[in-house]
Write a protein that binds this ligand. Structure first.
Ligand SMILES: [Zn+2]
Ligand SMILES: [Zn+2]
Length: 175
């Protein structure tokens, strides 16, 4: 069967090795590229804290790309379906927002394939910052997980022009 890319409904394209991602009315999975690590999370309600784009210098470096597309999940609502012990943690001093060295940001990535699954920051207690691109149902990337705002627009690369119709903030949106 030919692969289709219908953006109007649930869509699980051939991406990575795992073929068991799923989504329901209010929950979905995020899986690393090799399939060893799978998370599930709420796609609506209080467990979904926010969704956003960040163009800061850290996010460029950590994604090896030009910006990151994130969504934040309350830890009370985040489930590790499998592979939690396959996650490796790299902790760093938080370098964004003035270089406050008392802040840390911990990256949790698959130790097999290197996919960054989420970040945990000391400035954001009780929540984990996941990556929209790891969500298995690609339809969610442009529906329930559509970015609510874009931050650090002042450091956005000049050949990109941002997300149309969402709040743009020059620096940090929250703290
Ligand atoms: Zn992996
Ligand atoms: Zn950032």
């Amino acid at each position: 069967m030919a692969a289709t890319f219908d953006k109007t409904k649930s869509n699980f394209p051939l991406a990575g090795i795992a073929r068991d991602g799923w989504s329901t009315e209010d929950e979905a999975t995020a899986t690393c590229f090799c399939g060893a690590v799978q998370l599930s999370f709420p796609t609506q309600g209080e467990g979904l804290v926010d969704t956003f784009i960040c163009n800061c210098a850290d996010c460029r470096k950590i994604t090896a790309s030009m910006f990151v597309s994130n969504f934040t999940i309350a830890d009370t609502h985040l489930k590790h379906v499998r592979g939690q012990d396959n996650l490796k943690v790299f902790k760093q001093t938080y370098t964004v927002g003035g270089g406050n060295t008392s802040r840390t940001m911990a990256n949790h990535f698959c130790s097999t394939c290197g996919t960054l699954m989420y970040r945990v920051g000391s400035a954001f207690p009780g929540m984990s910052i996941l990556r929209i691109g790891t969500v298995d149902d690609f339809h969610l990337h442009e529906s329930k997980l559509f970015p609510q705002y874009e931050q650090f627009t002042k450091s956005r690369v000049s050949w990109l022009h941002g997300v149309e119709g969402v709040k743009q903030v020059e620096g940090s949106y929250g703290t």
